[in-house]
Design a protein around this ligand. Structure first.
Ligand code: NAD
Ligand code: ZN
Length: 360
């Protein structure tokens, strides 16, 4: 078993990573010192695959566990569904020491975390992420949220889990497109913090796409380590945490411009990372060779680097609508080299538009 510790001022927690960790759910829950009653939240797809078995394991270990499933997909991440979950928690008479467990992808993690943060002003929360994106990104770091009709993740909190339990076996049933989505964030970690890890990804691309468990364990471990390292320095996103946004400035604009219906998050971020690399190159910060290496690995992992449906002017306007824009200034995460980024909020408009022209 591989452990990554997230050391935070108020409370630290462990991320346990291995194949078959979920079989040990009862043992892990016993170490949490929580009440016997547990609400496991999932979506119907993941719940049918793993939820029933998980609840049975918990019951076998003496817990009173219930599974509640919501429809899969982003449209479940809203206040109406959160209300359904509060009703379930109240009906089950969950008290402040009862745990809420999120079993699913990032949608379930964000939604359940939001409910755990707000129900009775906060109850113990455990993340069991099942998509690659959730394992390497959304389950670590404590951002929880639901969407508002006027924008994604607008209603939320910083609320850290007590534990993250990652079972690499879950990835065996993950659809390929969802695997590639998660790989975009994995590539991002190499680009922002670790050239050696980036090289590892390039050298093991075949094994990664074949879902070899030992290689997946290694990429999840290193990704969690990098995310934990960033979050430890800046839990509430006031400074360095912004580097996690590499590729996201253009990525969010692409998602919005295509009504969240053409590219999923990782695909939009892949195009956004290529765009940010092009901007860096045009500013003389990184070489063309660095841009090409990034492009090559994105294509190898079946990720797009162009968004032909998008227009330059539309994208440019949308860049300024991102909720991370402050005082009408975009904080760009730009590349010096693979593994080394810089924050920059003064990129000339013509350079941005030049890069947008190259990716559309
Ligand atoms: P998701 O939760 O919708 O999961 C994607 C799909 O994969 C779903 O249909 C799900 O049913 C299915 N699935 C998940 N695990 C599976 C498995 N093991 N086997 C078979 N099918 C499986 O989406 P996601 O990509 O995991 O997460 C996206 C969400 O995460 C977005 O809402 C985004 O805002 C959020 N997010 C949050 C953070 C954060 O820091 N909190 C970071 C990044 C993304
Ligand atoms: Zn992302």
């Amino acid at each position: 078993m591989v452990n990554v510790k997230v050391n935070l001022e108020k409370r630290s927690y462990n991320i346990h990573i291995d194949v078959s960790t979920s079989n040990l759910i009862g043992n892990f829950m016993q170490t949490m010192k929580v009440n016997k009653k547990i609400l496991v939240i999932s979506d119907t797809a993941v719940g049918n695959l793993y939820g029933i078995q998980m609840v049975e394991l918990l019951i076998k270990d003496g817990f009173i566990a219930e599974l509640y499933c919501v429809p899969p997909g982003e449209h479940s991440k809203n206040l109406d569904v959160a209300m359904e979950l509060y009703t379930k928690a109240i009906t089950l008479e969950l008290d402040r020491n009862c745990a809420i467990v999120a079993l699913g992808g990032g949608v379930i993690g964000d939604l359940s975390g939001f409910v755990a943060a707000t129900y009775l002003r906060g109850v113990p929360f455990i993340q069991i992420p099942t998509s690659l994106l959730a394992q390497v990104d959304s389950s670590v770091g404590g951002k929880v949220a639901v969407n508002h009709p006027m924008g994604k993740n607008l209603i939320g909190a910083f609320y850290q889990p007590r534990m993250v339990l990652i079972d690499i076996n879950f990835l065996s049933t993950l659809p390929n497109r969802e695997l590639y989505t998660g790989l975009a964030e994995v590539i991002k970690y190499g680009m922002i913090a670790d050239k050696k890890f980036f090289t590892y990804l390039c050298d093991h691309s075949r094994q990664i796409l074949d879902k070899r468990p030992d290689v997946l364990t290694e990429i999840v471990r290193r990704s969690c380590e990098i995310k934990a390292w960033v979050v430890e320095q800046d839990e509430c996103e006031s400074s360095i945490r912004a580097i996690l946004n590499f590729g996201h400035t253009i990525g969010h604009a692409i998602e919005a411009d295509t009504n969240f219906s053409v590219y999923n998050h990782g695909e939009a971020v892949a195009i956004g990372m290529y765009g940010a690399a092009l901007i860096s190159n045009h500013l003389g910060m990184c070489s063309k060779a660095t841009v090409d290496v990034l492009k090559h690995i994105l294509l190898q992992f079946n990720l797009p680097v162009y968004a032909p449906e998008c227009g330059i002017e539309d994208l440019f306007k949308l860049l300024y609508r991102d909720k991370k824009v402050l005082d009408n200034k975009i904080t760009w995460v730009l590349l010096n080299d693979i593994g080394e980024v810089n924050l920059c909020n003064q990129v000339p408009e013509n350079i941005v538009k030049l890069a947008l022209a190259e990716i559309t």
